[in-house]
Design a protein around this ligand. Sequence first.
Ligand code: URA
Length: 234
Amino acid sequence: MRLNKYIAQSGIASRRKADELTLQGKVSVNGTVMKEPGYDIVKGDVVEVNGQIVKPDSRKAYIMLNKPKGFITSVNDERNRPTVMELVSDVDERLYPIGRLDFNTSGMLLMTNDGDLAYKLAHPRNQIYKTYRARVSGQISAEKQSKLRNGVDIGGFVTSKAIVDVIKQTERSAIVEIKIFEGKNRQVRKMFAVVGNKVLDLERIAIGELYLGHLKQGHYRKLTQKEIQYLKEC
Ligand code: URA
């Protein structure tokens, strides 16, 4: 691991600040001052900053956030829009979102510093189903439901079987719960577009067997040991 990343992961400084400290000669590796931020740290190396030994964060954190609309699912945004990181800024560990929700989608977002779990859940082979509650324009006929259930072509990709339940149908709009097993970009919006309904509101209410429950928008909670175990084993 690069020296600047190693220092950043200890939580004492950002990667840029770690570069500065290194160039200022405040960092040593195995007792020798090291001025190359990109120096490759290997197992057993002892890194000191201002004479204090530092180690990358070994504590794992697992958070469920209820993302409001109007936040980007990203660590930073070049257009300076609000990011989900602002909503978890009081968590000590460095967290990363697992997967993505659109700017205008609300609901469950899992975040962790456990790279192995994030990688596992993001890999198409290991994707677990996600449940969305969509408010869509117009009517969702039995024929449309059947198309959505059996898979639709969203532009070079045919979705696999989905579970679709119409919760409420009014004259102008419908509330539909849809469980999908892949995570293509804007998948739910594209699926409804194929059958001719515009998504007006979209919320992810569950990932696998983990439900948002009463978690308020903009709030987060730590996952329980049981929930972490479930994600690791699913
Ligand atoms: N499908 C979408 O269209 N948007 C999301 O944010 C997630 C799934």
